[in-house]
Structures are given as C-alpha cells and as structure tokens.
Design a protein around this ligand. Structure first.
Ligand code: ZN
Length: 221
C-alpha cells in the first residue's frame, strides 16, 4: 500500500476544535425525497449533451438506473443520528478500556467530482458512562459516507457523532481512502491512498493511547 508522501496522516481541520463547529456539521436536515422523474430527465439531457443517443438500446433505461443509483448512494441524507441509533445506547459500569471496531468498509462520493472514494475506517472509544451497540458504528459510518463528502469531514463527523451520542472519555478514528477522482483523472495517481484521523477527548492528550490505537489500525509501512 502506498501513501501520499507529503502528509500521510492529515488531522482534521482545526476549526473542528470548536465545540460549536463540531456540532453544526452533524445537523444535516433530512432531505425531501428526490424527484426521480426529474433526475431521470436531467440524466437523459446529460447523455445527449455528451453526444450520445439516449434512445439506443443500451442507454434507453440508463437515466432510470442512474437516478435510482444516485438516490441510493446519497441515502445518508435520509437518516439522522436518532433514527440510525434507534435507542442502542446502554449504561456501562466498570469498563474503562478502549472499544475498537476495526476495518469497516465504506463507499462514498467525493463532493468535488461526484466520483467514488472508498476504504476502511477503524473507530475506538473509551466509555465514560455509556456504550453504543457495536453494529451501530458501521451504521453511523454508512450514514455519513452516503452523502457527498470529503474524506476529512467524513472522518471527523464519525468522531463527533460518537462524542455527541455517548459522551465517551475519548474517541479515535482512522480512515483510509482510495479516490477515483485521483486515480482516473487529474494527477492519475493510481495507487495512492489517503489517510485521515480524528482524535477527541483523552485521545488528544494521551500519546500512549493514540499510539496503541494506531498500532492496531494503521498498517505497517
Ligand atoms: Zn474528487
């Protein structure tokens, strides 16, 4: 695996330090259901503009498929923290060590080109009074991944959402991403991987905890 050589571990932007800024990017209004017929018409125009015959056999149902597929790939806008978690937050006593859910696959669309980026995300937290149902962590990742994204924001949203929901002592997120907009066009770096991390609470202060987390998650170079 090859990494971007300039800055292999990009931390989340410093504005994310502000509690207000952290909360605000989690509050995405649940969207009104997209008009599929309108989307289909737009896609048909797009095909024509590209010089295609939108009525030929292979393409005639493509606008319909594209509309359905785009709605699915952006279905994260249809959810919010409450519906995704569905009450799966539980009190815990006497457990003060990290809980780590590793290598969760995600697929997202970059907001600059609407091309896919995908990779794996590992999430750890150290509970204070509450834990979250383990299956909810992949759900949380999926809710944020199925929106138009940049990897940096996706990573910090997952950390901030966990912080907002269970107020743990600390959260750590490690994410790798392979961006088709980099591989297929532009610089055409076909094997480069982007790594982002987000640390909150005690993970910011404690080097030992942070290195332990990275030892479990980051592949050795
Ligand atoms: Zn892009």
């Amino acid at each position: 695996m090859k990494y971007e050589s300039t800055n292999p571990i990009a931390t989340s932007p410093s504005s994310a330090d502000e509690p207000q800024a952290r909360g605000s990017h989690l509050r995405v209004a649940v969207r009104p259901r997209p008009d599929k017929k309108r989307l289909e018409a737009l896609y048909r125009d797009l095909l024509v503009e590209l010089g295609e015959d939108a009525e030929r056999d292979g393409l005639v149902r493509t606008p319909e498929r594209m509309a359905r597929s785009l709605c699915e790939l952006t279905s994260g806008y249809d959810g919010d923290l409450e519906t995704v978690l569905n009450g799966a937050v539980f009190p815990v006593e006497g457990y003060q060590d990290p809980v780590l859910v590793g290598d969760v696959e995600y697929y997202s669309l970059c907001e600059h080109h609407l091309l896919p980026f995908f990779g794996k995300m590992s999430v750890a937290y150290i509970p204070e009074n509450s834990i979250i149902g383990l299956s909810k962590i992949p759900r949380l990742i999926e809710m944020f991944a199925r929106r138009l994204q940049v990897q940096e924001r996706l990573t910090s949203q997952v950390a901030d959402a966990l912080e907002a929901v269970i107020a743990p002592r600390g959260v750590a997120v490690y994410s790798t991403g392979f961006h088709l907009c980099m591989a297929m066009r532009g610089v055409e770096k076909q094997s480069s991987n982007t790594t982002t991390t987000a640390f909150r609470g005690i993970y910011r202060e404690d080097d030992r905890l942070r290195s332990e987390f990275l030892r479990f998650t980051a592949p050795s170079r």
